[in-house]
Structure formats: C-alpha cells, structure tokens
Design a protein around this ligand. Structure first.
Ligand code: ASP
Length: 436
C-alpha cells in the first residue's frame, strides 16, 4: 500500500522538478567526488570519465541528433502555414529588431556593471605576463563573410554540417514555395508535416531522460573543476553573473510583462527545465527542440512562430555572450592599465552585437569572437588567456541567458501575431501546482 502511494507520488513529479533535482544532486555528487574521493582508477576512469562522461555526452548527442531535421521540418511547416510572405516578413523584422535591441542593452548593462565592480583593478601584472598566452591564430570572422555564409552553395553540405543560418534560409524558401503552389504539392506538404510530428514525438521521448543527463553533466563538471579553480577570478565572475542576472530578471522579464502582460514568475518556472539544460550543456543549439516544445506545451506559443524565431535566436541572439564580452573588455582594460574612452565603449557595443550574431551556439565560441571585440579597440588579445580558465562555468550561465532571451522574444512576437494561447500558459501553471 505504502509502496503504491510512493509510486503515485513519484509519478506526480513534473519534469521541471526532476531536472532541478538532477542539477542539485549532480552538483553535490560532483563536489563530493572532487574533494572527498581520492583520485585513482575507479574515480577518474570509471566514474568521472566513464559513466558520467558517457551518459552526459550521450544525452547531448541525442539532443543534437534532433536539431537539423527538427529545425528543417518545423521551419518548412511554420513558413508554409504563415504562407503570406508579408506576414512572415513582419515576424522576421520584429524578431530581428528585438534581438538586436536586447543585445545592445545587454552590453550596456555589462559595461556599467563592469565599471561598478572594477574587476581588473589591483590585478597583479606579473601574473598576467606569465599567464599562458592565448592562441592568437584563433579565427575572427569578418562581417561580410558572416553575411555571405548565410547563403548555402550546397544545401546538403549545410544540412550535414548543421550550419543553422543556411538551414533556416533554405527551409523558409521551401515553406513559402509549398504555400504558393498549394494543392499541386500536397504530397510533399503532408510529408513535411508528418515528419515534423515524428520529430516532436522523438523530442518528447528523449526529454524523459533529461534529469539523468543533466545529473551526469553537472556531476562531471564539478568533479573536474571543484571550487578552487575559479576563486582568483571571483570578482570578474561576480560581475558577469550580476550582469546576466540583471539581463534575465530585470530586462527580459520586464519586457515580457510590458509587451504581453504575462506573469514573469510563471514564465521562468515553466522555462526552467530548458535553462537547466542550457546550463549543463553550454550549447544553445542543442536546446532548440526542448525550447520549441516547452514554449508550445507550457506557454501556449504557436510552433508557427517558435519554429522560426528559436533556431534563429539560438544562432544569432547571444545576449549572455555579449555580457561576458562587455565585462571582459572592462576587466582586461583595467588589468592592463588601459583607459577606455566613450568612443571605445560605443565601438564595443557595436562589435559585441556583431560578435553575438557571429557566435555559434556551441561551447566556448564566445571566447573566440571576443578576439574580434578586443581587436576593434586595440586591447591585447593575450588578455583572453586570463579568463579562459574559468570560462566554462560562465559559458554555462551565459548560455542559459542566451536562450531565455530567445524565448522571451518568441513569446512577445507570438503575442503580437495572435499566436499565443493564454489558457495553456495559465493552465500549465495550475496543473503543476496540483501535481506538486
Ligand atoms: N556557449 C554559448 C552558447 O551556446 C556560446 C558562447 O558564448 O560561447 O550559447
């Protein structure tokens, strides 16, 4: 009898709660492994680099497996159902404006917080000199190449490589043409919408193992890094984290409230599993399927909108990354004793916005595009070596902010296009309440 009741209670735990438990338990187990378990074959090879690594990576790969087919099919279906190119254009323009404005705001917040906390003042110059110099051969992509690269020369190559902007462009065109040709291409249209259903079902199946995946990823990270690794850079980290928090909880939730009137707390609660997943993987791209699914099921956002705005956002809208870059500029300038002028700050706002567009939604790319920002105002690229060691934990945090920005924008654009079902948004909240 008691067992029956226990199983019933277990069943009632929502995915959000389970992922949260996975996150906390992973952190605790990771810290225990780092500090209390002595190194050796069993800990290092079997547990950390064995079980935790294999399950964690397996989960990331499962999510990544979904990305290209899911984005392609759902975008074809999305643009096909919007049909009207004028309407599609207006969704696109609104989304782009929202993405650019929030990114510029993010960098401004980062520069202000950086100047308030002064993370680089008092840094020991000698230790900077001896720090490993960053690989200066890191590529920085030029703006023209970034723009030209949106047009695929061979779409199969783009699909195979997972070059998201190329996939997005091609899928949009196919969808528009399907809508234009109507009944003549009925079979192909139905093929895409049925394949889309298959991909959604696959997403749901994979999501069931998310708590275990998140547990393994976090446990391994903490087992490897522990706390000491990032103590010396605490101030820099605090500045980045503070700016990320302002962006997420003040700017995003403020915009959400102003534009849609939705309850920001319910929004964050519903979106938490996706943020936890982004945090544990540091990969915006991998969160695309989960984001679209969560927005549809818990927020009532039509996939017609999200199938377009979410992949686009995961590719070009990186506010968290821009924040890290803004704080890094202040930090390195202070550490090297370089005074920044107003023109420098304005240049940083411009280049970091472009860098955010050029940053791919995979781990650590923000550090590479940071070279472009440093170059634009003549900061020494060696400064990047200073922050490299502790970037992983910040990468995780900024990725969670990156994808939250995409979700807020999507919800606002959906609201403006009458593609937001408030009943689902409110009902999902009540359901979770009853379940818990
Ligand atoms: N990891 C980030 C993302 O996927 C990109 C970065 O800032 O390095 O969103």
């Amino acid at each position: 009898m008691t067992q029956q009741m226990e199983t019933k209670q277990k069943k009632k735990l929502g995915l959000t709660t389970k992922i949260f438990i996975g996150l906390l338990a992973g952190a605790v187990v990771g810290v225990i492994l780092n500090y209390l378990v002595p190194g050796g074959y069993v800990k290092d090879t079997i547990i950390v680099e064995g079980v935790l690594y294999v399950i964690g990576q397996g989960f990331i790969r499962l999510m990544q497996m979904l990305v290209v087919p899911l984005v392609f099919c759902s975008l074809v279906c999305g643009s096909m159902s919007i049909g009207d190119t004028k309407k599609l254009g207006s969704v696109g323009v609104r989304t782009l404006i929202f993405y650019l404005v929030t990114t510029a705001l993010a960098i401004t917040v980062a520069l202000s917080v950086g100047n308030l906390i002064d993370p680089g003042i008092g840094l020991d110059m000698a230790s900077i000199q001896t720090a490993d110099t960053v690989n200066t051969s890191m590529e920085s992509t030029s703006l023209v190449d970034t723009l030209l690269n949106i047009i695929p020369t061979n779409i199969f190559n783009g699909l195979a490589q997972g070059t998201m902007l190329q996939v997005i462009l091609f899928a949009l065109i196919v969808g528009i043409i399907l809508a234009k040709l109507g009944d003549k291409v009925d079979v192909v249209s139905r093929f895409f919408s049925q394949f889309n259903d298959i991909m959604m079902e696959m997403t749901m199946m994979i999501m069931k193992v998310a708590p275990i995946g998140v547990f393994c990823l976090i446990a391994r990270t903490f087992a490897n890094i522990g706390f000491d690794a990032f103590l010396p850079m605490l101030k820099y980290m605090l500045a980045v984290l503070l700016a990320l928090a302002i962006q997420c909880f003040v700017i995003y939730l403020g915009l959400l409230k102003i534009f849609t009137g939705l309850n920001p707390f319910i929004f964050i609660k519903n979106f938490f599993p996706v943020m936890a997943f982004a945090f544990s993987t540091a990969t915006s791209n991998a969160t695309i399927p989960m984001s679209i699914d969560t927005l549809a099921k818990k927020m009532g956002v039509s996939k017609r909108i999200s199938s377009f705005t979410i992949p686009l956002g995961a590719t070009i809208n990186m506010d968290g990354t821009a924040i890290m870059q803004g704080v890094a500029v202040v930090f390195v300038a202070q550490a090297f004793g370089i005074d920044l002028t107003m023109v420098d700050y304005i240049t940083v706002i411009g280049t970091a916005t472009l860098a955010s567009i050029g940053t791919a939604g995979v781990p650590s790319v923000g550090l590479i595009t940071l070279t472009m920002v440093f170059n634009s105002i003549g900061l020494p690229v060696e400064g990047i070596a200073l922050i490299m060691g502790i970037d992983r934990i910040l990468d995780m945090s900024r990725t969670a902010v990156n994808i939250t920005g995409d979700a807020v924008c999507t919800t606002v654009v959906a609201h403006q296009n009458k593609a937001l079902n408030r009943d689902i948004f409110n009902a999902s909240h009540k359901k979770e309440d009853i379940a818990q």
